[in-house]
Ligand binder design. Structure first.
Ligand SMILES: O=c1ccn([C@@H]2O[C@H](COP(=O)(O)O)[C@@H](O)[C@H]2O)c(=O)[nH]1
Length: 257
């Protein structure tokens, strides 16, 4: 895939004056089908998409994923990471669930990312417009510099995100999962084309939980996130729809008209 290098000192999305509305994905992390259905119903029309990951998929099964995903945009976040052939077969098997976005780990290497992209291209050769976007996870937002060192990675999170992000985009990924802290360095290195999907989002005053590299929704919008992913601040709120509406309002306040 060809990437367009951005000029040095690239301005933020808002400074560019570009209309790049940051969209909201609610992470529906629950092991209960009834709770998942309830959250999806409450959030339908309020959020731009829902995210289903390990907890819901492993607990409730792929048919439940298909059913919830049929009602609104789906981010299928199963973070595949294995040898290239296994990941290629995995993405091909999951793609008929109809996600807008699906994840693999960039740290699986360029051959793995390329195999996943080729499998999707082949599966959607008759209708390329319906192909799910392939999103590569760079460095989990629960990791900080000390955690990277523990893994033997002697680089800052931003350096490692850019390294893995470049590898994944050059191998065919459509976008990346990163924290909001790495949006500017990624845009500088890779330009505007990659979709940036950003978890580790916490409205001001809310608990960080296990997240390390966090920003508020407004800060992530200012930085130029394409999508933000918010789980517990929505799902554990007394009124999840109201919490999601407040985040949408914050995003709108930080987006150029
Ligand atoms: O680096 C990553 C990749 C994925 N996630 C997922 O996003 C949500 C965040 O949930 P919160 O409750 O808002 O912390 C969750 O489903 C993760 O699996 C991530 O957080 N970081």
């Amino acid at each position: 895939m060809v990437t367009t290098p951005a000029p040095a000192n690239q301005p933020s999305a808002n400074q560019r004056g570009a209309h790049r509305r940051t969209k909201l994905i609610a992470a529906i992390d629950t092991h209960s089908l009834a709770h998942g259905q309830q959250l999806a119903t409450q959030l339908n029309g309020v959020v731009d998409a829902i995210k289903l990951g390990f907890e819901f998929t492993y607990s409730c099964g792929l048919e439940a994923v298909r059913a919830l995903g049929a009602k609104q945009g789906l981010f299928l976040d199963l973070k595949l990471h294995d040898i290239p052939n296994t990941v290629a077969q995995g993405v091909a098997a999951l793609a008929p669930l109809g996600p807008l976005l699906m994840t693999i780990h960039a740290s699986g290497g360029s051959a793995m990312v390329r195999a996943a992209r080729n499998a999707l291209d082949e599966a959607f050769s008759a209708n390329p417009g319906a192909r799910p976007k392939l999103i590569a996870v760079t460095v989990l937002t629960s990791l900080d510099g000390a955690a990277l060192l523990e893994l033997g990675v002697d680089a800052t999170p931003a350096q490692q995100v850019v390294r893995l992000g470049r590898l994944a985009i050059e191998a065919g990924a459509d976008g990346l999962v990163c924290s909001a802290h790495e949006i500017a360095p990624l845009r500088q290195a890779l330009g505007e084309a990659p979709l940036l999907v950003v978890p580790g989002i916490r409205p001001a005053g809310s608990a960080h939980n296990d997240q390390k590299r966090i920003m508020t929704p407004g800060q992530a919008a200012e930085a130029g996130a394409d999508w933000i992913v918010v789980g517990r601040p929505i799902t554990q709120a007394a009124d999840p729809a109201a919490a999601a509406r407040a985040i949408q309002a914050e995003l709108a306040a930080h987006t150029n008209p």
